[in-house]
Unconditional design. Structure first.
Length: 503
């Protein structure tokens, strides 16, 4: 009932999405759709209406245990364990085809659950998901070992790259299906089995995705989807002795607790965490492009990106040219429900995020920063977690808004005089996920790229992603690289085999 009511509050909902939302949601364990053992549920909310979209099973340690046992069985024996690499690759490719066939449904589910504009979910999230699975479908047949030129006479040594085993994957809410794809693509290509927990704010697309696995030819138990909260469903995944590796994307704070908890069973861990990325505009850049790029760097996905360009360094000589353009972009962005075709920016994902981000807006002003534009929820909205694109000026490096990850559409503009010193200032953060420079001087651009302590550096662009290009953090932004060939390292372990050839 609630789901139907929420759905009618929006326009143009695909009939398949309406039908999906009307169903009783279950978790996927061992190829079967099941209720949580406790029978408890929680609601997932449309952040533009604050109304419930669906009741979701509230998984706990018992559900996780069932999922881990299923994943272990599927890993050790049965069709997945005996599937050839080429069959595995074909199944992953089929999964990509099926997602593509249902692209509109997935885009709408992302918009309803997360709040992002439908145009963005259609143009970015879902095509990237499809590409990602296709890319890793290709890798399934290319996970190769090596022959090692050992010195002992008569000995042949070679390596096998074997799957790690049962992988626990815990994902965030900012790109729900894309984060699922980043985690699952490489894990499946390498032959692992998985217990995946979507974020409690955005479980819908993962549950719809689970319905495609069987048609793709992925056997029961290979991908198990447990819904629930971090402490009650996420932590048991990290603690479970039957899990061999944890892959986590989320906040640095939770990443630290996961690393510590995983040490008890000495699980492998890969972490993709927060950021406070410096975006550096030199005076010799194409300033029109740089201003547009600076707006996109912070406002894409409402600033709910771990790599958001949230510290904007502008060379003093160009400050008065870039700032008016940035403010104009900020004020022109059309804020509204994601399902409205005119919307360029939707609401934040949840009331917690709304409180958190607006708390930063208050803290920034208390510390003496100036709000050049934006600053809170525009008065025309009486519900929905909307926050206007916000630019802070007059900031100091010690301010909370400059140091801490806000994870909202809030940028700190920082003028700089000394082009030699700005990279040092950019690196002055505990994070190291991404950075960007805007300049026409190719030497300066490459020098900065070498000096910036970040896992990704963009030159005269921002937020470029490709399934083939590794992504991950330096410093407290985590470790391990997702995407590209590098992700195979996360999901394989190396076995060295020695053979006495008798020679
Ligand atoms: P955010 O603060 O952006 O919501 P979190 O890091 O809290 O991000 O959450 C990211 C994911 O981690 C979610 O799926 C969440 O449920 C999960 N999570 C949160 N706390 C824990 C925890 N203690 N152990 C395991 N998973 C957790």
């Amino acid at each position: 009932m609630q789901a139907a009511a929420a759905a009618t509050a929006n326009t143009n909902i695909d009939p398949a999405v309406r039908e999906f939302l009307g169903r009783r949601m279950k978790m996927l364990i061992d190829g079967k759709w099941v209720d949580s053992v406790s029978g408890k549920t929680f609601q997932t909310i449309d952040p533009s209406t604050e109304e419930s979209l669906a009741e979701i099973p509230d998984g706990n340690a018992e559900d996780v245990d069932r999922a881990v046992r299923a994943a272990r069985r599927a890993f050790e024996s049965g069709p997945w364990a005996s599937m050839s690499a080429s069959e595995r690759g074909r199944a992953i490719w089929k999964l990509a085809d099926l997602i593509e066939q249902h692209a509109e449904e997935f885009a709408q589910l992302e918009t309803l659950d997360n709040g992002k504009p439908l145009s963005v979910a259609r143009a970015a999230d879902i095509p990237l998901v499809v590409d990602h699975f296709r890319y890793y479908a290709g890798w399934a047949t290319k996970v190769e070992g090596e022959t090692i030129p050992v010195s002992a006479p008569g000995m042949l040594a070679y390596t096998l790259r074997e799957p790690v085993g049962v992988v626990g994957q815990i994902i965030p809410w900012n790109f729900p299906l894309l984060m699922l794809a980043w985690k699952l693509g490489a894990a499946l290509a390498c032959g692992n089995t998985v217990v995946l927990k979507p974020a409690e704010q955005t479980p819908l697309s993962a549950l719809r995705f689970g319905e495609l696995l069987d048609d793709a030819g992925i056997p029961p138990g290979v991908v198990n989807i447990v819904t629930g909260f971090g402490e009650t469903a996420g932590a048991p995944i990290v603690d479970h002795p039957g899990i061999d590796k944890i892959a986590f994307t989320g906040s640095t704070e939770v990443g630290k607790s996961i690393m510590s908890a995983a040490s008890k069973t000495l699980k492998r861990v890969s972490l993709e965490l927060g950021g406070k990325s410096p975006n550096i505009v030199f005076a010799d850049a194409d300033l029109d492009e740089a201003a547009a790029g600076a707006a996109a760097a912070i406002y894409f996905n409402h600033g709910q990106c771990c790599c958001a360009g949230s510290r904007l360094f502008i060379e003093q000589k160009a400050y008065d040219k870039v700032m008016p353009k940035l403010i104009e972009y900020s004020e022109k962005i059309s804020l509204g429900p994601g399902m409205d075709p005119a919307t360029q920016m939707g609401p934040l994902v949840s009331s917690e995020q709304f409180t958190r981000v607006t708390g930063f807006l208050t803290a920034g002003q208390k510390e003496g920063a100036t709000v050049a534009t934006g600053g809170g929820r525009p008065s025309r909205f009486d519900k929905g977690y909307f926050v206007a694109p916000t630019v802070f000026t007059d900031v100091r490096p010690d301010m909370k808004v400059v140091r801490e990850e806000i994870f909202g559409p809030v940028v700190c503009a920082i003028p700089f005089k000394d082009p030699e010193d700005v990279v040092r200032a950019g690196n002055e953060t505990t994070y190291g996920l991404a950075a960007a420079v805007w300049t026409r001087d190719i030497g300066k651009a490459h020098r900065a790229a070498r000096l910036l302590k970040a896992g990704t550096v963009w030159i005269n662009c921002y937020n470029q992603f490709d399934a083939a290009a590794p992504f991950g953090g330096y410093k407290q932004s985590g470790f391990g690289r997702e995407m590209g060939k590098a992700a195979l390292d996360l999901y394989t372990q190396i076995k060295t085999v020695w053979v006495n050839t008798g020679a």
